[in-house]
Design a protein around this ligand. Structure first.
Ligand code: GCO
Length: 472
């Protein structure tokens, strides 16, 4: 495992990562590709949602994004320049199956052929996410994730994508953040498809997990032994001050962490969550015989997305229903962030990542990969440079937090910065910049930021400085 041996350079301490640690950056199809009406791509729920007045800040849409659909060769060259060993990206289901079922669009598959071949030519490992929120609109028209059939359409899509690319792609993630798809999409509706149906959102969460399990089964059946299958979850790292906050923390932990971890781990849905949400109606009727066994299909690693800690306290009224995305949550107040916050208003606390990884070592029992970690700040391009000190500090502090977990025995296999490029930040449109590479959306000029250069140095050394933010 890792050794925290003092570096040799200039007497500085370096925290070294394990040999073979996978370094990368992450993106998602709808957030960077643009070309939403090109080569037979069908509409997704995000195309529809973004066209809804007021749904996305500034009326932003998936156009032009980063025009990655056309500019991918230069973007892959940037990845190589940064020394990335892997690139996490998602396939746009509506590019491959414009109606979400049936006919396959060969031009959609051909784009991902080109992208994968470009990555392999640069010796960058493709890490493919099958679903990062851009559900084909045609499936939403018949219920979307609230419709059990969508789980089976997803498995069919997974099978054909995996069949087509599996000779070159061995890393496959089924879903990115089913919590967001289910609850931001169907509980409080601030994300596509913009539905407010708390009971339905829990049924959607089940159907997403069912789709995950069905996809794992079909990919396992057709996969060579060296393929690795995974799922990516956005965990909340609950930070409590005292025992008075424990029950509120339990409720939120249940709805964001254990609702997914327990069935994935073969433990079924957590009883306390089922009881706490029963007042919405019996959503567990959506759980058919055999579903839980399908969901618990073994995977090879768990993706962990972490940005900031979550702080909660009991509400004055134990039955007070919040207006947030947690279906059925009652009697909980979310506390404001403390100390430094990012440009997005998210609290900066790298220790939350160490605590989360330590907890997941106990609750998951699989290798872990940090599949997203990053921060949004307002960037300025001056003389062709973006000196993003705050993002660089965030990056190095969180890498030190990962190293601390590894040194304590947590099996972390890799780290993917969110994000390679500034991109479409969902309901916030293009207002938030997470990239380690700046994108001028008018000119599409890319500018590697200081944080990108720092990540490149970290990758080159396979280490981070124990103190400070500059590698020797
Ligand atoms: C998520 C998504 C990303 C976001 C990023 C910043 O984790 O919400 O995977 O698409 O853009 O996390 O919010």
């Amino acid at each position: 495992m890792t050794t925290t041996d003092p570096g040799t350079e200039v007497g500085r301490d370096l925290l070294r990562f394990p040999p073979g640690f996978r370094w990368g950056a992450a993106t998602a199809s709808f957030q960077i590709e643009g070309a939403t009406g090109v080569d037979g791509r069908g509409p997704s729920i995000w195309d529809t949602f973004a066209a809804r007045p007021g749904a996305v800040l500034g009326g932003d849409t998936g156009e032009p994004a980063c025009d990655h659909y056309h500019r991918y060769p230069a973007d892959v060259a940037l990845m190589a320049e940064l020394g990335l060993g892997a690139y996490r990206f998602s396939l746009a289901w509506p590019r491959i199956q414009p109606l979400g079922a049936g006919r396959v669009e060969p031009r959609g598959l051909a784009f991902y052929d080109r992208l994968v071949d470009e990555l392999l030519a640069r010796e960058i490992e493709p890490v493919v996410t099958l679903y990062h929120w851009d559900l084909p609109q045609a499936l939403e028209d018949v219920g979307g994730w609230r419709n059990r059939d969508t789980a089976y359409r997803f498995a069919e899509y997974a099978a054909l994508a995996h069949e087509h690319l599996g000779d070159r792609v061995r890393q496959w993630t089924t879903l990115n953040e089913p919590w967001c798809s289910a609850f931001l999409g169907y509980a409080n509706g601030i994300h596509a498809p913009g539905v407010v149906d708390p009971k339905g959102s829990l049924e959607a969460a089940h159907h997403l997990l069912l789709g995950h399990g069905l996809a794992v089964q079909v990919m396992r059946d057709q996969a060579p032994d060296d393929h690795e299958l995974s799922i990516v979850l956005n965990f909340c790292a609950l930070t409590v001050d005292d025992d008075s906050q424990l029950d509120a923390a339990r409720k939120v932990d249940g709805l964001q962490n254990r609702l997914f971890l327990d069935p994935l781990g073969g433990r079924g849905y957590p009883r306390d969550v089922v009881e706490d949400t029963a007042w919405l109606g019996d959503w567990t009727a959506a759980v058919h015989d055999g579903d839980l066994d399908v969901i618990a299909a073994p995977i090879d690693w768990m993706g962990v997305n972490y940005y900031s800690p979550t702080r909660v306290a009991p509400a004055a009224d134990p039955l007070a229903v919040g207006d947030g995305p947690f279906p059925g949550l009652r009697g909980v107040d979310f506390l404001p962030p403390r100390g430094e916050v990012t440009g997005f208003g998210w609290e900066v606390d790298a220790s939350g990542l160490t605590a989360l990884l330590t907890r997941l070592r106990r609750d998951v029992g699989l290798p872990l990969v940090i599949t997203e970690n990053g921060s949004a700040w307002p960037d300025v391009v001056e003389d062709g440079q973006v000196v993003d000190e705050a993002r660089t500090r965030y990056l190095v502090d969180h890498l030190r937090a990962v190293h601390e977990a590894i040194a304590a025995g947590v099996d972390v296999r890799g780290y993917f910065a969110w994000s390679l490029l500034d991109n479409f930040e969902w309901a916030a449109g293009y207002s938030q910049r997470f990239g380690i590479v700046h994108v001028d959306y008018d000119t599409q000029v890319r500018t590697v930021k200081r944080s990108g250069r720092t990540l490149a140095e970290v990758i080159g050394a396979n280490a981070v400085p124990a103190t400070g933010y500059d590698l020797p």
